[in-house]
Design a protein. Sequence first.
Length: 441
Amino acid sequence: MILHEKIAAQLPSWRDRMRSLAKEHADVVVDHVTVGQIVGGMRDIKSLLTDVSFVDPAHGIIFRGLPIPELLKKLPKARGGKMPLVGGLYYLLMIGEVPTREQALEVEAEWAKRAEVPDYVFKMLKSMPKETHPMTLFSQAVLALQNSSVFAHKYHEMKKDVYWEAALEDSLNLTAKLPVIAAYIYRMKYFGENKKPKYNPKQDYGMNFARMMKVADKKGYAELARLYFILHSDHESGNVSAHTMHLVGSALSDPYLSFSAALNGLAGPLHGLANQECLGWLIDVKNKFGGVPTRDELYKFSWDTLNSGHVIPGYGHAVLRVPDPRYMAQMEFAKKRFPDDDLVRLADMVFDVVPQVLKEQGKAKNPAPNVDAISGTLQYYYGVREFDFYTVLFGIGRALGVTANYVWARALGWPIERPKSLTTKMLEDVVAKAAQPAPAS
């Protein structure tokens, strides 16, 4: 299997690098931590390691050294489409090299072989109350698959240096099944259907998902699925879903247990809810004005929103100091395919007006849009209008990055994560000591 072969070939040199850092350079100081970082959610503390992706303030998310515009250009494309194969992105995240079309299709073929979901998973989902949130269903389905974990079954007989092989098997099996499970949840919860979706081995990951969702009444949803999963696949290791997967996995919990935990973090309103909040705000603006407002009307409405104590969702980012390239890629997608859609026109006007308003207000360090400012709008156009489901879509994409990180964490033998805590009194003592005048020389 191509991913196994490529990782095995890279591992000796990677293990040498990790061994050198851990044993020969362990005392080299990288950064200093402040009280504000400790009490402020560990913001910007440089204490995690990943080679899968990096968020550059000036260029946005970089996947294995490739910024998004370059990534979308270089990855092999799906047949008849302009968006890359998701299998090509997964190869890149796992291996660190841009695949050939044949290599990308090998990953797609692996997914097709592994996409069958056991009947008991569907029975479990059907037994849940109708009002159950789709993210709860999604996380439960992942947990239900855990009894098939290769990692869990082989743990007591494996040596540490081959943990990654079982982790890779689990990661491929898990990611293959997610589109099937998500599409079933969508059709069951919102349309009352109980028919088990079938994965077509002749179609790629994105096309399979679009077909199983049954929402492609407008051409192009398979293309959007490919783009959406790629753009949402990873965002360094510090965001809640990625860090949760890393933390739980560091205890050698298998990929199913770890990813279910990651999904539970993604379901939190401060993490995965933003895209639907952004779309809701755009719809509210459209309804208020009976369509797309004028620029002056939007300018005044934006100020009214801020002056009333509310925020304009989707604008500002903790790291980026430029418009999010993920936003730009999706806006370009929309303008090429449905530029006359009211919500797309409105989102484009918001992009022109809101950063100016936020600059005038003077509170936002980065008034540019992030990925959430447009992602829900594209789903809405194609008919996926059930807001609660948007985080499930996010979760399918996020699985690609976090499982790649999981495999490499096991391959390089990363230890269990265990930061050290301080008491509030200890911090106060540190502050008091720092405030004392320096002794006279």
